[in-house]
Design a protein. Structure first.
Length: 274
């Protein structure tokens, strides 16, 4: 092997070693902080990060319309809806796009800055719609029954633990007409990676030592916000346990799924009409 070949080989070996070391450091860092932070603190971190991401407060973003994959899903599963609920509405991008089509829309959002931004956007465009302040991971009071629901882009990943996500979906289901659909979008993972396993095991041990009642799950990460990466099986199982049937799933260009609900009359929210 000539000198150039030796140098290139050594570079490639050292590059792979660097990547392994960086991944290991990241996994340990993630695991330690996931182990130390409780649910309330994880929600606060996510809220602070969204306050820092000014993109979601900018007018050009919020009037930019639906992403092309959202357009496709809307056309196939929501085009006949008379009214829609948008959860985790952010600064109003999805709300504005739907109202621009003539759909009646109500919304909720937990970040107070984004709530104000969404309300100001609708007011400036003379659109009528209720925008409700919610608590993180919780469905707010004062909303009615809707033909369908869209959960804001990627919002589902920020809810810590399977139990909390299913409880949230259960509340959503009670506000959707029988046969109506819900759209979730999420980050995906293909099974288990070494990095995710290390993160999970480290966090699990730390929470056990700290006697924390909060669960940590394989697929949890901290990337500025708390994020959970899903497999297809996880999304399907969580939808089904909350009373939805998964009728559509795609993993590109961003993971998303549609769940269809059958709500009994006894589960409807009494005395509230949207």
């Amino acid at each position: 092997m000539n000198l150039d070949g030796i140098v290139i080989k050594n570079f490639r070996v050292s590059e792979r070693a660097l990547i392994l070391v960086a991944n290991a450091i990241s996994a340990v860092y993630q695991g330690v902080w996931l182990g130390l932070l409780n649910r309330r603190q994880l929600n606060q971190i996510s809220e602070l990060q969204y306050a820092d991401w000014k993109q979601f407060q900018r007018l050009e973003w919020n009037i930019s319309g639906l992403h092309f994959w959202e357009e496709k899903v809307f056309g196939e599963y929501f085009s006949e809806c008379k009214n829609l609920l948008v959860g985790a509405a952010g600064g109003g991008r999805e709300v504005y796009a739907l109202m621009h089509r003539g759909v009646t829309v109500d919304a909720f959002e937990c970040n107070s800055q984004l709530v104000d931004c969404c309300r100001e956007l609708l007011l400036s465009k003379e659109f009528k719609g209720k925008v409700v302040q919610a608590r993180p991971d919780e469905f707010p009071d004062g909303l009615g029954i809707y033909s369908g629901m869209i959960l804001g882009w990627g919002a589902y990943i920020h809810i810590p633990t399977r139990l909390n996500r299913i409880q949230f979906l259960n509340q959503c289901r009670k506000h959707i007409d029988s046969g109506g659909n819900i759209l979730l979008s999420f980050l995906i993972r293909d099974g288990e990676t070494r990095s995710l396993r290390w993160t999970y095991e480290i966090a699990r041990v730390i929470r056990k030592i700290c006697r924390s009642q909060d669960k940590v799950e394989l697929g949890d990460r901290l990337d500025g916000t708390f994020d959970h990466y899903f497999t297809k099986a996880e999304i399907k199982a969580e939808l089904e346990e909350a009373g939805f049937e998964m009728v559509y799933y795609a993993n590109a260009p961003y993971g998303h799924a549609v769940g269809r609900v059958a709500v009994s009359e006894s589960e409807r929210v009494p005395g509230i009409e949207s």
